[in-house]
Design a protein around this ligand. Structure first.
Ligand SMILES: C[S@@+](CC[C@H](N)C(=O)[O-])C[C@H]1O[C@@H](n2cnc3c(N)ncnc32)[C@H](O)[C@@H]1O
Ligand code: SF4
Length: 492
């Protein structure tokens, strides 16, 4: 592999203790959504306008095994806390036209990737269940006939309780067309808090009916999303949310710490104390473990199925193996072996530029970054810590150097401070990956934001070290424009 040259600030070394402190101080942004401060740190690697599609095409053609994500950017209402690419109300009626565009984008990539091995497929959003069920079924069918989907391949979709409760036929259609995992967003259960978050109509009263419809449709992999770390969310209210999720008896429960950056309520970040977040996390670990939901320290998804990570096949392979992924749809992110790109719409959240590219027969990419080794290893390490561990064999396989060679001072520091330890993880079993990993200890999980920063590229470390105001998460405060920072979410 020939890597891009390092930028000036990606050549500088930083003291791990200083980086750790900067990550802890900036706990609102030092997390798995990598990179941070996009405009500053990745600008030197951005392809120019004329070259970007050529670069994307060449990088895509070099992929052998991959995971696929289709983004459906429609929602009944826009929750104030949401960080994802969701279109505004005036575009909601364009969902069937949008599915057609998605299909045309898929065809463009089939010409480059057709027949290659596809390991997992996530349909996310937004709210994919917002669109007609038969359009999703058609999209699934198109995907499955174009790629090699062998054993271990699995499709996952997201829904809200309201839709799952109201439309049992849609749930059945999903299962019939081959989708096997479904994830339902609950977030929190207090009506007051939901209202304050702009999510009052999303179905609290429908949880049990939604669950029953999902189970009757045949789903044996049912995940529920919960959120913590909100301003004003007490420990007691968090406990109520956890207990309600457990009552639904899902197979998996995923905990998301609220990321305020770029949301409509970003100014509330200043009211969230790290100690309170830690208390919420340890309470969740205690209650969930007692109820038979297991996760190693620092992992966000708790699983009741033994030897199953609980996440979708798409995400599991991204996290453990650093597998390349293709993102289709508005603002979707794609990672090849050496590039990361973002589709049209990641900045403006409008369908128009995405549609125009596709109608012109061009790949709908907004920005393509040709990254150096230090940025690609950082991306893999940051995403890996979504499971609280970095699989050392997968790292070596992907980059041809060991984790310790890539991060000599940082791994020594993490081990000496008892933030990480070598372990045999259970997370690789279901996908056949070797079990050796460098994993967070309980102390490391409680200092997640500092520990993850050790693996960021030097330019990102420099940014964090220079950033003194830990509560400032809005783009304006750093001089970053919305356009440049908007696409830092991990999963899309
Ligand atoms: C694409 S979203 C949601 C799926 C579905 N539309 C829903 O709301 O139920 C996936 C998950 O991301 C989480 N999420 C949304 N905004 C977030 C934020 N600002 N920080 C952290 N997690 C967030 C929520 O838990 C949500 O269920
Ligand atoms: S959290 Fe879900 S329903 Fe709410 S705006 Fe985001 S994607 Fe839509």
């Amino acid at each position: 592999m020939i890597w891009s040259d390092l930028s000036e600030s990606d050549r500088t070394k930083h003291d791990p203790a200083e980086v750790f402190a900067a990550g802890e101080r900036n706990h609102h942004i030092s997390n798995t959504a990598y990179p941070i401060a996009h405009r500053i740190v990745w600008k030197p690697y951005r392809s120019d306008e004329h070259e970007k599609r050529k670069l994307q095409t060449a990088a895509i053609e070099r992929i052998q095994d991959f995971a696929l994500y289709s983004h459906i950017p429609f929602c009944e209402t826009r929750c104030y806390f949401c960080e994802y690419t969701v279109v505004s109300r005036d575009e909601l009626q364009r969902s069937s036209e949008y599915m057609e565009l998605l299909s045309r984008e898929l065809k463009m990539y089939t010409a480059l990737l057709g027949g290659r091995r596809l390991h997992g497929f996530d349909i996310g959003g937004g709210t994919p269940s917002f669109v007609e069920g038969k359009l999703i079924a058609r999209h699934v069918e198109e995907v499955m006939k174009r790629f090699d989907c062998q054993s271990g391949f699995e499709i996952s979709i997201e829904t809200t309780p309201r839709i799952a409760a109201a439309d049992p036929d849609k749930m059945r259609l999903y299962h019939d067309c081959g989708i096997r995992r479904i994830s339902m967003g609950i977030q929190v259960v207090q009506p007051d808090l939901l209202r304050a978050l702009g999510r009052d109509s999303n179905g609290l009263e429908h949880h049990f009916r939604a669950r029953d419809n999902i189970r009757r449709a045949g789903f044996e992999k049912f995940n529920v999303d919960l959120m913590y770390g909100f301003a004003g969310q007490s420990l007691l209210s968090w406990e109520e949310t956890l207990r309600q999720a457990i009552r639904l008896n899902p197979d998996f429960i995923t905990l998301y710490r609220m990321r305020y950056k770029l949301t409509r309520i970003s100014s509330q970040a200043a009211n969230v104390r790290l100690d309170d977040v830690r208390d919420q996390l340890s309470l969740a670990a205690e209650i969930l473990t007692r109820e038979g939901y297991l996760a190693n320290p620092g992992k966000n998804t708790y699983s009741k199925i033994s030897n199953h990570a609980g996440t979708s096949a798409y995400l599991t392979r991204r996290v453990i193996l650093g597998m390349p992924y293709l993102g289709l749809g508005l603002g979707a992110q794609t990672m090849t072996n050496s590039t990361i790109s973002y589709n049209d719409g990641s900045a403006g959240k409008k369908i128009h530029p995405y549609a125009r590219s596709i109608q012109n027969g061009s790949l709908p990419v907004q920005d393509v970054y040709d990254l150096p080794l230090a940025q690609m290893t950082a991306k893999m390490a940051a995403v890996s810590l979504y499971f609280g561990e970095i699989n050392t064999a997968a790292f070596l396989e992907k980059f041809g150097l060991t984790l310790e060679e890539a991060y000599p001072d940082e791994t020594k520091f993490a081990l000496a401070e008892n933030l990480m330890h070598y372990t045999e993880s259970g997370n690789g079993i279901e996908i056949g990956a070797q079990k050796n990993s460098l994993a967070l200890t309980k102390k490391g999980a409680s200092h997640f934001n500092g520990t993850i920063a050790l693996f960021f590229a030097p330019s990102v470390k420099e940014y964090l070290i220079g950033k003194q105001d830990e509560n400032s998460v809005s783009p304006g405060s750093t001089g970053e424009s919305l356009r440049e920072t908007e696409y830092e979410c991990i999963l899309r």
